[in-house]
Design a protein around this ligand. Structure first.
Ligand code: NAI
Length: 345
């Protein structure tokens, strides 16, 4: 079985890993574009989407990749070495389990699955398989700002960590979005970053809400998550998906001897009419363009810096505790089962 980045025995030459992309909407199309033009050692070998026109469009843009009529046939096809799952959240579990059954590496967009129970089934299947095949698309782990923050923390530049303040804003969300979706779909990125940055688990959560924005169409938006880690670090996450003015993600880490700020101010500023203005992106793709590219390259190279299935499971467990805290208005403990041996070390 060919894994991304490996060369088949005896051939000696570089291998191009043929990726099957399942789900060719916003993210699937963007990943296919990067695999085709910005990542080395890979190409799009096949695509599937329930929307055939979308699949055909991405196949054409990817240089004529095969369009599959059946996603499970794509997964088991000998001409597909690895699979990228970028279909809607509820479909992830079946596809990832099919990849594990076929012994194929899979990069699954976040969340690994919408419920902790579904993530646990995936973890169990991979642990049963006996080696790691699954990577979860928490691309912020590759964002140069976040990796720098982690490096500076590890180097002791700001002393022991105390607090992490996160801001995560989108211009607009669909009206009627359930308040839980702000946590499970958006803030789940910060839940992963907190675990990755501090190398420890989140053990308690609370969710506070101000009055809802009149722009939020009935959604409980914004929300303020407060997370406590094992060693007592506090992280807060302001999640506001109807902020109107643009897409913005930034954070500040406070240590005993200094702070580190991650921000992505665009290089261009417009000075006019008494204002000095910088444009903000409309969504996450420009903000995290480099992170998506580095994430894919790492996966293709088999370098293994991406989030594991266990990380995907843990983030969803924390998200479920946050959803419970949102409903109750109380602090909630986070209880993770013991980590299987496959994910230790
Ligand atoms: P989208 O709605 O633009 O695309 C989803 C695609 O999946 C659509 O083309 C749809 O036809 C297709 N689809 C639906 N059911 C399917 C099935 N059973 N089999 C195959 N294809 C199916 O959504 P978007 O924004 O591209 O999100 C896709 C995934 O990426 C989601 O899991 C989402 O949570 C995640 N995401 C990750 C982001 C990140 O920063 N890492 C950002 C945005 C989304």
């Amino acid at each position: 079985m060919l894994r991304p980045g490996q060369t088949p025995a005896g051939t000696g030459g570089p291998t191009v890993t043929r990726i099957g992309v399942i789900g060719t909407g916003v993210m699937g199309a963007d990943h296919a574009r990067l695999l085709t033009g910005a990542v080395s050692g890979a190409r799009v070998g096949g695509v599937f989407d329930t929307d055939g026109a979308r699949a055909r469009g991405v196949a054409t843009a990817s240089g004529g990749a095969r369009v599959f009529a059946d996603p499970y046939a794509l997964i088991t096809d000998d001409g597909i070495d690895a699979v990228l799952v970028a279909s809607s959240d509820a479909t992830h579990e079946d596809y990832v389990l099919a990849c594990v059954a076929a012994g194929k590496p899979v990069l699954c967009e976040k969340p690994l699955a919408p419920s902790a129970a579904a993530c646990a089934r995936i973890v169990e299947a991979e642990a049963g398989h006996g080696s790691r095949l699954i990577t979860v698309g928490f691309m912020r782990r590759f964002d140069p700002g976040y990796t720098d923050m982690r490096r500076l923390l590890a180097a002791g530049e700001i002393g022991a960590p105390l607090m992490l303040h996160n801001v995560h804003r989108n211009p607009a969300a669909v009206p009627g979005l359930p308040g839980s979706a702000l946590i499970t779909n958006s803030a789940v990125h910060e839940l992963d970053i907190v675990r990755w940055l501090f190398g420890e688990e989140i053990v308690e959560v609370a969710v506070h809400t101000p009055r809802a924005s009149a722009q939020a169409g009935g959604t409980r938006d914004p929300q303020l998550l407060v997370l406590r880690t094992e060693s007592g670090v506090l992280a807060d996450v302001e999640i506001f998906v109807n902020a109107r003015y643009g897409y913005e993600v930034r954070c500040e880490l406070v240590g005993e001897a200094g702070t580190v700020t991650v921000d992505a101010p665009p290089p261009t500023s417009l000075r006019r009419g008494g204002l000095n203005a910088r444009t903000l992106p409309g969504d996450w793709r420009p903000r995290f363009a480099e992170a998506y590219r580095l994430e894919l390259q790492d996966w293709i190279d088999g370098a293994g810096a991406g989030a594991t299935a266990w990380d995907g499971f843990a983030a969803t467990v924390v998200a479920e505790s946050c959803v419970a805290a949102l409903a109750s208005g109380q602090r909630h403990p986070v209880a993770l089962p013991p980590m299987p041996a496959l994910y230790r070390g």
